[in-house]
Ligand binder design. Structure first.
Ligand code: MG
Ligand code: MG
Length: 266
């Protein structure tokens, strides 16, 4: 059993820098997401931007027990793709959504954050899914206080999404983060209040609800990466990396610049 590695204040600042670089990368993507753009173009921009800032895109070459290493610097999951979508030459279309998950390694620490973007004009139903998923992320963050437990986070996310009639994906979860992108503990998007490990100052975790419009059942595509909803209804994914210090959550990544680019979309 590997241990939870609690971070010092100095380490939290290094994690913040890596995460703000992810947020800046996602902001660059926000500026160019529109109908006709390919996810490969988003990937090219992201890789260049990350390397120009002296960091490494951690997703590139990420090993896959089911197949070959991940071929790109970001995951681009379109519509019914829940997570781990592989960038391609297929242009995005008006009404699509695309979740862009991005990871960096900067000065020995990892950044990890994801945002689901609207492409052109998206239906009200889908906007509602995005709104609820993002809200659930912040509900989870609010639950992450010293003395609370990991299950409190999952319970907050699950309650918020299931109340709206959405599915909560079980097979993929949030995680500790530090020198490694995936550390202990696992942070599920479901759970029971009062269950799981206790939250302490210095805990750094990525919380990342993956929420479906319909059933939460998933399937793996032939590329051995793309995870889709079995009913092929859309899914949304938002992720922040947070640090617990001074008793509560400090969000190390940021959506504020992205949301400024987006304007009042939903
Ligand atoms: Mg991520
Ligand atoms: Mg993550």
């Amino acid at each position: 059993m590997s241990q939870i590695y609690l971070k010092t204040e100095d380490e939290i600042e290094l994690l913040r820098a890596a995460n703000l670089l992810v947020s800046a990368t996602l902001t660059e993507i926000a500026k160019i997401v529109k109908p006709g753009v390919t996810t490969r173009e988003l990937d090219t921009l992201a890789e260049q931007f990350i390397r120009d800032h002296g960091a490494i895109p951690t997703f590139k070459g990420f090993p896959n027990p089911m197949g070959g290493p991940f071929p790109a610097s970001i995951c681009t999951s379109v519509n019914d793709v829940v997570v781990h979508g592989v960038p391609s030459d297929t242009p995005l279309q008006d009404g699509d959504i695309v979740s862009v998950d991005c990871g960096t390694l900067l000065d020995g620490f990892c950044g990890d954050s994801c945002y689901t973007f609207c492409v052109g004009e998206v239906s009200d139903d889908v906007k509602q899914l995005l709104r609820t998923t993002k809200e659930s992320l912040y509900e989870g963050i609010k639950a992450a206080t010293v003395g609370a437990r990991i299950g409190d986070i999952g319970s907050a996310v699950q309650t918020h999404c299931e109340r709206a009639g959405y599915g909560v994906v079980r097979e993929f979860v949030g995680h500790g983060i530090g020198h490694e992108m995936h550390e202990e503990p696992m942070v599920p998007n479901y759970g029971k209040r009062g269950n799981g490990k206790q939250i302490k100052n210095g805990l750094c975790i990525a919380i990342e609800p993956m929420i479906t419009m319909g059933s939460a059942e998933i399937a793996l595509l032939e590329d051995r990466w793309s995870v889709v909803t079995r009913d092929r209804l859309p899914a949304a994914h938002f992720e922040h990396t947070i640090a617990i210090h001074h008793g509560k959550a400090d969000i190390l990544s940021s959506f504020s610049a992205i949301e400024q680019v987006e304007g009042k979309l939903y």
